[in-house]
Design a protein around this ligand. Structure first.
Ligand code: 8YV
Length: 322
C-alpha cells in the first residue's frame, strides 16, 4: 500500500476509506499544521491530502516520492503548478460538490449587507431599539435588482439560479468565456467588466485566484461602481486591492461589502475593515457545512487514491493534464 500524509483532520469515514487503500500518517491537532512539521512528514509520502499552504519547490524537495497532492478545496492557488509539473506531481481539487453551499453563503452576504442584518442585530442587543422614526434603520431591496457576477463557474451559476428564480433579479456576468447555458437557462447577460461594474446593484466576485486575477478589482473598478452598490467577495482576498476597497467603503463611494475572504487570513485585528459598520466579515466559511466539508474530504481522498492506483484522477487540475 502507498504511504500518504493527511495534513488536516478528516471525518472518520474518510479516514477509514484512506486506511483501506493506503498506509497513513496524519496531523490531528485542531490548529493548522506548521510548515516544518509538514515538511518533516513528507520524506516517504507518495500522497498528500491538504487544504492550503504552499505546495512549492521547497516542499517537493522534502517529498521525493510524492506522486499526488490532493487539496480539499476548489481553489488551488496554493499549488506552484510549474514546480509540480516539472516533477510530474499530480494535483487535484474538489470542484462542484461545494457550489450550492457557497452560493447559499453568498446570498446570506447579499441579504445581510442590503438589509444591514448584522449591524441591526448589534443595535437590538446593545439596547438601542427605540420607538419612533426608524428611517436610520432602512436598507436596500434585493429582489428585482441587478446582480453582476464576475467569474461564472459552477458557484456563479448557483448564485445566478437563486437570483433569477428566487429573487427575480436581472443577472449580468463577465467571464473569460461565454456560458451559453447560463444565458439560455438563467437569462444571464454577458457584458464587459466595466459595464457590469457600472450597472450592477450587487457585484459578486467569484473568479479563481490566478496571475491574471490578482487585484482584479482596485481603485479604478471601485470608482466605476454605483454609490448604492454592494460588493461581495467569497473567492480569494488577493483578487481585490484591499486598500482600495477600504477607501471606497470609508468614503462611501459604495454602499457596503460582504466579505468571506481577505488579503491576509486570519485578518489582523487592526484591519480598518473591522471598524466599518457597512462591512460584514466572515472567517472564510463559504463551504463550511458539515455535509459539504464531508463531501469535499471524501472527494479529495478518492482523487488521491485514484492517482496512487495508477488512474488519472477525475479532478486533476486542468493545468496539469497531459
Ligand atoms: C476551502 C475554499 O474549503 O474550496 C475552496 O477553495 O476556499 C474553501 O472552500 C477552505 O479554504 C479549506 O480550508
Amino acid at each position: 500500500k502507498p504511504k500518504v500524509f493527511i495534513a488536516r483532520n478528516v471525518p472518520k469515514e474518510v479516514e477509514n476509506y484512506i486506511a483501506k487503500h493506503c498506509i497513513y500518517d496524519k496531523w490531528d491537532r485542531p490548529e493548522l499544521i506548521p510548515r516544518d512539521a509538514l515538511l518533516a512528514s513528507l520524506s516517504d509520502a507518495e500522497g498528500l491530502l491538504t487544504f492550503g499552504g504552499k505546495i512549492d519547490a521547497e516542499l517537493l524537495d522534502h517529498a521525493p516520492k510524492l506522486k499526488v497532492v490532493s487539496t480539499m478545496s476548489v481553489g488551488y492557488n496554493h499549488f506552484d503548478l510549474a514546480a509540480m509539473k516539472a516533477r510530474g506531481v499530480m494535483g487535484t481539487n474538489t470542484p462542484d460538490v461545494l457550489n450550492e453551499t457557497v452560493a447559499d453563503l453568498i446570498f446570506a452576504l447579499i441579504l445581510a449587507s442590503a438589509r444591514r442584518v448584522t449591524e441591526l442585530d448589534r443595535y437590538v442587543k446593545e439596547g438601542q431599539w427605540k420607538r419612533g422614526n426608524n428611517q436610520n434603520l432602512f436598507g436596500l431591496d434585493v429582489h428585482h435588482k441587478k446582480l453582476g457576477i464576475i467569474g461564472m463557474g459552477g458557484i456563479g451559476e448557483a448564485v445566478a439560479r437563486r437570483a433569477t428564480w428566487g429573487f427575480q433579479m436581472e443577472v449580468l456576468y463577465h467571464n473569460r468565456s461565454r456560458k451559453p447555458a447560463a444565458e439560455s437557462e438563467l437569462g444571464a447577460t454577458y457584458c464587459s467588466m466595466d459595464k457590469l461594474l457600472q450597472e450592477a446593484d450587487f457585484i459578486v466576485l467569484m473568479t479563481p485566484l490566478t496571475p491574471e486575477t490578482q487585484r482584479l478589482i482596485g481603485e479604478r473598478e471601485f470608482g466605476l461602481m454605483k454609490p448604492s452598490a454592494i460588493f461581495i467577495n467569497a473567492s480569494r482576498g488577493q483578487t481585490v486591492d484591499e486598500q482600495a476597497l477600504i477607501s471606497a467603503l470609508e468614503q462611501k463611494t459604495i454602499y457596503g461589502a460582504g466579505l468571506d475572504v481577505f488579503e491576509r487570513e486570519p485578518i489582523s485585528p487592526d484591519n480598518p475593515l473591522l471598524k466599518l459598520p457597512n462591512v460584514i466579515t466572515l472567517p472564510h466559511i463559504g463551504s463550511a457545512t458539515s455535509k459539504t466539508r464531508f463531501d469535499m474530504a471524501m472527494l479529495a481522498a478518492q482523487n488521491m487514491v485514484a492517482a496512487l492506483n495508477g488512474h488519472i484522477p477525475p479532478q486533476l487540475v486542468k493545468e496539469l493534464r497531459a
